[in-house]
Design a protein around this ligand. Structure first.
Ligand SMILES: C[S@@+](CC[C@H](N)C(=O)[O-])C[C@H]1O[C@@H](n2cnc3c(N)ncnc32)[C@H](O)[C@@H]1O
Length: 468
């Protein structure tokens, strides 16, 4: 019926899981980014499948009262933000609905969101900048990738990134132009600079220039240019990445200027941040999220905590302040080494054991042995794909009193909670909805949403479950 490049005028009826507008024609669905329910819009179809299509917004004919003017010049072009055209209260409503819809669609359960936690600012909230640097027929391009693409949209600043973003871009441009250096040409695998990243730690910056070759011309020039413009203490690393890959960093980091690490303190836990450390991008909301995890655990009832997918161990240490014993499980060796250092530094090494490995391999035996001795709470903070089924099965069969599940992807959160509450059943890798009497092992006590990434489609949430 519909064909690619068709233009049509239609009314948006809902918002999709990625913040886009949804248009329906009987059973045919069209997904169109940057438009809102009730808006009358003119669109063009870019890709048409049998039952659905993707469209591009051409004109808003009748705007929603929730539409606002985006504050960034490249909104809609760069892939960073999806919701700048929506006022903030409505953004929260959209994200809330995305989470609740995921529970209904994926798991067949109705839940409530008890609380929505936001930061004090919806701009400049990120502590970490990451910019690809490319060379095209238009010359040097420093910016962000367009959505689902490797085309760089050049920027001179980014309002959700820190205030020093424009200085970093200016310094890099000056250095590269002065030394006739080239950005990365992905097609020919040539060039000098692939990316620049910068992370603010306790008022100082850790900057990394990702290069294609083992060294780069006159790197001290870059240090001098940075010194002139950046009014902060800073560190500069070179990272060498000569592989044809989407992974940002190569194995090797070379310290060019400044300290290798910086001390910081979060929620009374002392730690240091280096170039490889993983931390959430929004410090303020991250602290609120960790506090919520801790407040959700009654340490008198569950004195032992297993922090699964524990990263660099900050949350494990924070929980160990109140727990009799805390275990971390993490797959990345460097992160586990940092977690061990952090435990020692905070005098918690007797109370923390960090395991290196996969949760699916370690957690089943660990919960089984620990739950025989003490009541156990398991904190889950998996990557976007959610928990491995072996982790879920271990939680269903062992006597775990409480689960606190931190999630950055509502759909996989809903799937895993469905399995834990019994609304979903897994057999031979296939999930089916359990329409009979739900008689699962856990019940959902509370669901809280955290707006860690305002103006984008991304959202964090915490689900607290207890054993029935
Ligand atoms: C969303 S992060 C959470 C990190 C940490 N809880 C925090 O707050 O910083 C997910 C972590 O899980 C780790 N990871 C991914 N797959 C894993 C697996 N199968 N077993 C153990 N850890 C895994 C990743 O390396 C990453 O550190």
């Amino acid at each position: 019926m519909y064909q690619k490049n068709d233009e049509l005028i239609a009314t948006v009826v809902a918002t999709g899981a990625n913040g886009e507008g949804i248009i329906k024609d009987e059973n045919f669905v069209i997904f169109v980014p940057f438009c809102l329910p009730q808006e009358k819009v003119k669109i063009k179809l870019l890709k048409v499948e049998k039952k659905y299509a993707y469209g591009k917004l051409i004109e808003v004919i009748e705007p929603s009262p929730f539409r606002v003017k985006p504050f960034c010049d490249v909104f809609g072009k760069c892939g960073g933000c999806q919701l700048q055209h929506v006022n903030y209260d409505k953004q929260i409503e959209i994200k809330k609905r995305t989470i609740l819809d995921a529970f209904v669609k994926v798991a067949g359960i109705n839940v409530d969101i008890n609380d929505v936690v936001c930061g004090s600012s919806v701009v400049r909230y990120r502590n970490k900048l990451q910019l690809p640097v490319t060379q095209t027929d238009k010359g040097l391009q420093i910016g962000f990738y367009a959505e689902n693409s490797h085309r760089v949209v050049p920027v001179s600043d980014c309002p959700i990134n820190p205030v020093w973003t424009s200085d970093i871009i200016k310094c890099l441009t000056e250095y590269m132009q002065k030394n006739n250096l080239k950005g990365y040409d992905e097609f020919n695998h040539t060039g000098d600079v692939r990316e620049i990243t910068a992370r603010e730690v306790n008022g100082s910056l850790i900057i990394t220039l990702v290069c294609l070759k083992k060294s780069i011309k006159n790197v001290n020039d870059f240090v001098e240019i940075l010194k002139q413009r950046i009014d902060k203490e800073f560190t500069l690393y070179l990272n060498i990445n000569d592989l044809k890959t989407n992974v940002i960093y190569g194995e090797k980091f070379v310290l060019v200027h400044g300290k290798s690490e910086y001390d910081c303190n979060m929620l009374t836990i002392k730690h240091s941040m280096g170039v490889r450390s993983f931390m959430q991008v929004n410090d303020e909301v991250c602290a609120k999220l960790y506090s919520k995890v801790k407040d959700s655990i009654d340490f008198d009832k569950t004195p032992v905590v297993i922090d699964a997918y524990s990263g660099a161990g900050l949350m494990t240490a924070y929980l160990a302040l109140d727990a009799k014993k805390a275990f971390g499980i993490e797959i990345i060796p460097e992160a586990v080494a940092i977690a061990n250092k952090l435990a020692k530094r905070n005098g918690l090494e007797d109370r923390i054991t960090n395991y290196l490995g996969k949760c699916e391999d370690i957690l089943p035996n660990l919960v089984q042995s620990e739950s025989k001795l003490n009541d156990v709470c398991v904190v889950l903070d998996p990557p976007r794909k959610g928990c491995d089924i072996k982790v879920i099965k271990a939680l269903l069969t062992c006597n775990v009193s409480r689960i606190v599940y931190v999630s950055c992807k509502p759909q996989t959160l809903a799937r895993d909670i469905g399995l834990l509450t019994g609304s979903l059943i897994e057999k031979d890798g296939i999930l089916t909805k359990n329409d009979c009497d739900i008689n699962g092992v856990y019940k959902v006590d509370e669901l809280t949403m955290f707006d860690m990434f305002p103006n984008t489609k991304h959202v964090e949430s915490i689900a607290c479950l207890s054993r029935k």
